[in-house]
Design a binder for this molecule. Sequence first.
Ligand code: NAD
Length: 476
Amino acid sequence: MIPHLIGDTWTRADASSLPVFNPATGEVIEHVPLLGATEVDAAARAALAASAAWSRSPVMERARLMFRYRDLLDRHAEQLAAIITRHHGKTLDEARGEVRRGVEVVEFACGAPTLLQGRSLRQVADGVDQDMYRFPIGVAAGITPFNFPVMIPLWMFPLAVMAGNTFVLKPSERTPLGAVRLAELFLEAGFPQGVLNVVHGAKDAVDALLDHPAIDAISFVGSERTARYVYERAAKHGKRVQAAGGAKNHMVVMPDADLTAAVPAVLNSAFGNAGERCLAGSVAVAVGDTQNSFVAAVDDAARKLVVGPGDEPGVDIGPLIRAEHRDNVVAHIERGVSEGARLVTDGRDQRERPGFFLGPTVLDDVSPAMAAGRDEIFGPVLSISHARTLADAIAQANAMSYGNMAVIFTGSGAAAREFREQTQAGMIGVNVGVAQPFAFYPFSGWKGSFYGDLHLHGTDGVDFYTRKKMVISRWS
Ligand code: NAD
């Protein structure tokens, strides 16, 4: 059984559990306990008990510990990547990239002495000065999805604790092992007990966090449905919430795009991480006379991608997270065909290997009216749609209920600018397939891709995990 962490104590609970798989083989490698209100209460109390001293600790002390944590993560980067590949399935290179992007948030958090500064204005009225200070909010909790078991927890707790909060992390029950190693290294860095606690489980654990009176803020990343639920339920209890949801990202390919660069970028966006990422390009919109050459080039390149276990050299696409999820993706492909899409590249034969594999699949002639053009599929499926003009392509992207990312491939600055201005998505790529903001900017989903006001990481993250106190003084 995978242990959970309360204070400085790791416990292997005697609880009902779920298997954790190696998706590349289908073997059960661990069991994760399905904890509930009792363990969440213990974790929240431990976080609350640690809160007073931690919130008063000198900022430089917190920054020094964060630097130590960053060094430990760096030294264990290969180990963390191997853990990710083993229970998530992505390739080792993708896992290394995930660790790197997570560590960048820790590096950002090392800037605590600058990030936590307030502002002042002397002589705001005669003899009156005004100061703004940042204070921690108290205890924050993080609920994370399966697809980035190391990076997404690192989007949350390093900034929260840097700001003087204590934290309860509830990682995905499908990929809980990354969070365990992150917490072990956190204690090794010297953070006091109770500053970070880890509980495992699914809906019961989440509900207990959302309802717990000691928890002041909730950070969530996962599917749209759960994001909306978490947002509503936590807000009802007066908690601060940031809840990032799903996506249906469009990639517009203009007639003047350099296809030698655009096609590999489109493929990487659609099939990297086996399509299991919220910044996966899901629909490529071929504009004007790009159409035939683009579809042929994508098909040709997709057929060359190597599918296999993520820890084998030369593999481009690892397995999906579970057999049921793979079956759901296949159902989307088949529904697409029944709704009129043309199956150009068919990855379904990869189902014959052991593990939860599916090969890269390309559907052409998809429209926003079809499920394949509208739903988040979260697998290695690229839909291609067609548009006469840039305006038509933007209208297709804007028809989505999501607004995470949209990208354009073009040689025209004017087209890129028009796209940036008119597209209703919070992360825009120009000749870039995966428009992931760096740690010091917010992860800025719009529409159904985000519920809340302040996004994850960047200065939004600092604002989310702090509250401001205004001091107006007159000394005469
Ligand atoms: P999920 O919503 O199933 O699970 C996310 C978390 O919520 C998990 O910790 C899970 O235990 C919990 N949960 C699940 N169902 C719940 C319920 N009914 N009540 C309470 N808690 C519940 O998401 P997932 O399948 O793990 O992750 C994939 C999804 O996450 C995709 O939709 C993807 O787009 C999204 N995602 C979004 C971002 C982003 O930044 N916008 C990043 C990564 C993933």
